[in-house]
Design a binder for this molecule. Structure first.
Ligand SMILES: [Zn+2]
Length: 275
């Protein structure tokens, strides 16, 4: 069993402020510790469940622009027994999919999409630059984007850890109640009722262990049977203009762009370019 973990910071237990997710605030160091330890718990769970390979990717861009992005973990504290992808652009690490080296993906620290009620630190791709992303008319989250990329390569989703909002939303998107470690409940966007982080880690470890052992609980690979139309609504027209110049991207409104593809990944690849 080869597992790929997509990790983000906003859905980690104990994190509910932007100060904990990047920049020069001392609270960012606290956030890095919380993030690292919860990812470690997920790795331990996967290994205990029988995973033969665990690769985790840091999908949080937080250090940018004050440092290189996607380098939030504390390397010296990472759990042994897995490999870690750092410094690599979000949603673009598909090497295990292309090589057929991933059997299932899981999400750690996932957060709800922009506008989702009581989603802790909810946003989609960019908290200030992007208003929404929709697939064939349905608004989707970052986790749904990753799930649909994996699905484009026939890879299913096995489990998710995050707040109540993202767990509910991802299960609804995938059409199945996937194993979920709900580590906190949003009381608005910036307040939570949460577990103690040490208890959240135990929950994540147990949930991921059981999920790896229980193939019948996974959601089927997410496939768009009749093609994908992805629409991105930006926050303002100046943000739409550069994207509209990408090959295969159409501007359909002052601040709205669209791309189509036979698979989700084909459409997404047209929209998604290096920063
Ligand atoms: Zn993030």
């Amino acid at each position: 069993m080869r597992v790929l973990l997509y990790c983000d910071m906003e859905g980690i237990c104990g994190i509910h402020s932007w100060e904990q997710t990047g920049g020069s605030s001392p609270m960012y160091q606290e956030g890095r510790e919380l993030y690292t330890e919860e990812v470690n718990a997920a790795v331990r769970g996967c290994l205990a469940g029988g995973a033969t390979s665990v690769v985790a990717q840091d999908g949080h861009g937080g250090a940018y622009p004050n440092g290189r992005a996607f380098m939030n973990w504390i390397p010296s504290r990472l759990q042994s027994g897995a490999e870690y992808v750092r410094g690599y652009r979000w949603s673009s690490y598909i090497e295990p999919f292309e090589k057929g080296e991933c059997d299932v993906i899981g999400f750690v620290g996932a957060h709800a999409r922009a506008g989702y009620e009581d989603g802790v630190l909810s946003h989609t791709v960019s908290a200030d630059g992007w208003y929404s992303v929709s697939l064939n008319g349905q608004e989707i989250s970052e986790s749904a984007i990753i799930a649909a990329i994996a699905g484009s390569f026939g890879v299913p989703v096995g489990c998710v850890a995050g707040d109540d909002a993202v767990c509910e939303d991802l299960s609804a998107f995938l059409g199945a109640g996937i194993p979920s470690a709900r580590v906190k409940r949003g009381l608005g966007r910036y307040a939570v009722r949460m577990l103690a982080p040490v208890d959240a880690r135990a929950l994540v470890e147990e949930t991921f262990k059981t999920a790896v052992q229980s193939r019948d609980t996974w959601a089927a690979p997410y496939v768009v049977s009749a093609g994908a139309v992805i629409r991105v609504e930006l926050a303002s027209p100046d943000r739409a203009k550069p994207m509209a110049e990408y090959a295969g991207v159409t501007q359909v409104g002052p601040r709205t762009v669209e791309a189509e593809g036979a698979t989700f990944y084909e459409a997404w690849s047209k929209l998604w370019r290096p920063w």
